[in-house]
Design a protein around this ligand. Structure first.
Ligand code: F6P
Length: 328
C-alpha cells in the first residue's frame, strides 16, 4: 500500500513526531510512505517530499525531527481545495500517483477537507488531531496543546515577575478562536486570577468587583488570561472596558500570538504524535477510513469524522470552578 501523509491548517508542535511515526510504521510494516508538502495545496500542486530522487520516503528522511517544532512537510490553509474543481483535481492527483490512503494531520478544517475528499476518492483516509486548540472530540488532547500551554505559562511566569514589581495587572491574550482550553490551562498552571473563555460569559462588573476584592485582601499583582475568541472581544478591548469602568489595578496588554505555535514539542506531544501516527497507519492497514485517531483515557481510539467536529470540545466546568477557588 502507498500511504500519503500531510499536515494542514495551523501548524502545531508535535506534527513532526507524527509524520515520523507515520513514515517509520508504514515502512516497518512493508509499505510505502509519500510525504505531501503544504497540505491540500501541495496535493493540488503534486508537490511531494523527494528523497534520493524518489517521492517515496525513506526511514532516514525523518531522522532527528521528533524534537523540532513546525512541520518538515510545511502546511497551508487552501481555499481552492474546498471547491468542487479542487476536490476533483485532488482525487485525480491521488489516483495518478497511485496513493491508496492518506494520513491527514490537522484540526477541524483539515477534517472537513477529509470528509469532502472522501466523497470524491475511494482511498482510505485517517486523520490525526494536530492543532494547539484542543477543540476536537474523540481525543483527550490534540497534538501541540501541551506545548502551546507550556509556552504560554512560561510567558505568564515572566509577566508575573514584572507585574509584582510594578503592582500591575497584565491581560494576556492566548490563542483559541472557539475554544478556551489554552486559556483555562494557562490560567490554572500560571496561577492567574481570572480567565476569560468563549465558553463562559465574561461578566465585566463581576471581574471589576473581584479585582477590588483581591486588592482589598492584599493582592498586589493580577494576571487575566483571555482567549482570543472570548465574546467580550479580546484582551485589548477588555482592558479598555475595565479601565473605563475604573479598575482597581493599572494594566498592560500582552498578546502571545503565534509564539504559542512554535518551539520544540514537550514530551507529552512527542509521545502523543508518535502514538497517533503509528495508530493511524495500523488503522488504515486494518481497513479503517473516515475516522480520526485519538487518545482517550490512555487508550488509542478511532472516532468517525462527523463526531469529532460535531461541536467544539467544551472546557470542563470542574476546571473553571477550580480556577475560581484558586484565584481567591
Ligand atoms: O487553529 C489553530 C490556531 O492557532 C488558532 O488558535 C488561531 O486562532 C488560528 O490558528 C490562527 O490562524 P493563522 O495562523 O492562520 O493566523
Amino acid at each position: 500500500m502507498r500511504i500519503g501523509v500531510f499536515c494542514s491548517g495551523g501548524d502545531s508542535p508535535g506534527m513532526n513526531a507524527c509524520v515520523r511515526a507515520v513514515v517509520r510504521t508504514t515502512i516497518s510494516l512493508g509499505h510505502e510512505a509519500v510525504g505531501i508538502y503544504d497540505g491540500y495545496q501541495g496535493l493540488l500542486d503534486e508537490n511531494f517530499y523527494i528523497c534520493n530522487g524518489s517521492a517515496v520516503m525513506g526511514l532516514r528522511s525523518v531522522s532527528n525531527i521528533i524534537s523540532r517544532g513546525g512541520t518538515i512537510l510545511r502546511t497551508s490553509r487552501c481555499k481552492e481545495f474546498a471547491t468542487p474543481a479542487g476536490l476533483k483535481k485532488a482525487a485525480d492527483v491521488l489516483v495518478k500517483h497511485k496513493i491508496d490512503a492518506l494520513v491527514a494531520i490537522g484540526g477541524d478544517g483539515t477534517i472537513r477537507g477529509c470528509m469532502a475528499l472522501g466523497k470524491q476518492w475511494s482511498g482510505k483516509i485517517v486523520a490525526c488531531p494536530g492543532t494547539i486548540d484542543n477543540d476536537l472530540l474523540g481525543t483527550d488532547y490534540t497534538l501541540g496543546f501541551h506545548t502551546a500551554v507550556t509556552t504560554a505559562v512560561d510567558a505568564v511566569d515572566k509577566l508575573r515577575d514584572t507585574a509584582e514589581s510594578h503592582q500591575r495587572m497584565f491581560l494576556v491574550e492566548v490563542m483559541g478562536r472557539h475554544s478556551g482550553y489554552i486559556a483555562l490551562y494557562t490560567a490554572l498552571a500560571g496561577g492567574a486570577e481570572v480567565a476569560c473563555l468563549p465558553e463562559t460569559l465574561t461578566d465585566l462588573p463581576g471581574i471589576k468587583c473581584q479585582l477590588e476584592g483581591l486588592k482589598g485582601r492584599g493582592k498586589t499583582s493580577i494576571i487575566v488570561v483571555v482567549a482570543e475568541g472570548d465574546e467580550a472581544g479580546g484582551a485589548a478591548k477588555l482592558h479598555q472596558s475595565l479601565t473605563d469602568a475604573g479598575c482597581a489595578f493599572s494594566g498592560r496588554v500582552v498578546s502571545l500570538g503565534h509564539i504559542q505555535r512554535g518551539g520544540s514539542p514537550v514530551v507529552a506531544d512527542r509521545i502523543l504524535g508518535t502514538r497517533l501516527g503509528d495508530f493511524a497507519v495500523r488503522a488504515i492497514l486494518d481497513g479503517a477510513t473516515g475516522v480520526m485517531a485519538g487518545e482517550v483515557g490512555g487508550k488509542m481510539v478511532l472516532t468517525p469524522f462527523e463526531q469529532t467536529i460535531a461541536q467544539h470540545a467544551a472546557v470542563p466546568d470542574e476546571l473553571v470552578r477550580l480556577l475560581e477557588t484558586m484565584a481567591n
